[in-house]
Design a protein around this ligand. Structure first.
Ligand code: RIB
Ligand code: CA
Length: 306
């Protein structure tokens, strides 16, 4: 079973990603990062989620309070004031694992072979870990990230939220030479949860899926309010890429992170020109197509396991 660390900012889609990963992968830990909401809120949400999924054997470790340089940007318009609105979940009693997420990532990767990192929030923790322990570059087997886009953005016309919140951190990560799979908006917008999916999940009718159905109901409402046709399963795509790579088609591209553009800050500049004109070697496998029906079968079959 593949050993992974999930670095996240729950987040409705982060929650689904954790539940998907926990039944198929060896989740060594969940680290939290300021993103969809404050570090306090996303960390509370992660603790709530491990209790909802009876996953309290998985350590939750608190991470960066904000981006490397810029002010924190949150997404209450998508995830609500708590960062995971929509379900009545009791305050968690599970304790955090002592220490900082960055040290947990370093210690775990340096002591465990073949760890795959699953970053699905801003890349602040990952960048800090790489700066503190450069040997991670040779130890991390692979990173499957949710972030960026080979087409347009969401938080700005050109930038996806996770990259935009901390483009300097993303620049460090994209230049790390660690093998990377990138599930960007161009991919994740192909998997949109709709009411029929929510109805199917609610019909499973176990305590976990009742909460998931409530969370997705909220997330679908905010997504459609922003004129999307459904609730994009952003973060679960990065997990699905590890569970079953046959679900997704990838293309090798050089991807650069814009950190200076007045209008393009946080853009992932994906070079998909034909090989003959490319100027730089590919550093990322960019996900370009996903089998949405098979994805939802995997997700819903997994939720039946709770
Ligand atoms: O742009 C989508 C990403 O930003 C997802 O990871 C979502 O959870 C938010 O973090
Ligand atoms: Ca996220």
């Amino acid at each position: 079973m593949t050993s992974v660390i999930i670095d996240c900012d729950p987040g409705h889609d982060d929650a689904l990603a954790i539940l998907l990963a926990a039944k198929h992968l060896d989740v060594l830990g969940i680290t939290t990062v300021s993103g969809n909401e404050s570090i306090d809120n996303v960390t509370t949400n992660a603790l709530k989620l491990v209790e909802v999924g009876n996953l309290t054997h998985i350590p939750v470790v608190r991470g960066a309070e904000g981006p490397l340089l810029r002010e924190a940007v949150y997404a209450p318009q998508v995830h609500g004031k708590s960062g995971m609105d929509g379900a009545e979940i009791p305050e968690p009693t599970t304790k955090l694992k002592e220490g900082h997420a960055v040290d947990f990532i370093i210690d775990t990767v340096m002591s465990t072979s073949d760890v795959v990192l699953l970053p699905m929030g801003p890349l602040t923790n990952i960048a800090l870990a790489l700066r503190k322990e450069p040997r991670l570059r040779d130890r991390v087997k692979l990173m499957s990230i949710m972030g960026g886009s080979s087409t347009n953005g969401n938080i700005t016309p050109t930038a996806e939220f996770n990259i935009y919140v901390d483009a300097e951190a993303a620049d460090i990560v994209y230049q790390s030479q660690i093998p990377m799979l990138m599930s960007g908006l161009n991919l994740t917008r192909q998997v949109l949860a709709k009411q029929e999916h929510i109805d199917e999940i609610r019909a499973i009718n176990n305590p976990t899926t009742s909460v998931v159905a409530d969370l997705l109901t909220f997330y679908l409402a905010t997504s459609t309010r922003h004129s999307h046709d459904g609730a994009a399963m952003h973060d679960p795509c990065a997990v699905a890429a590890i569970i079953d790579p046959t679900l997704i088609e990838f293309e090798p591209m050089h991807v650069a992170v814009e950190t200076a553009g007045a209008h393009t800050y946080g853009m992932t500049v994906c070079d998909d020109r034909p090989g003959s004109v490319k100027s730089k070697e590919a550093n990322v496998e960019v996900a370009v197509k996903i089998d949405s029906d098979r994805f939802f079968k995997l997700l819903i079959d997994t939720l039946r396991m709770y």
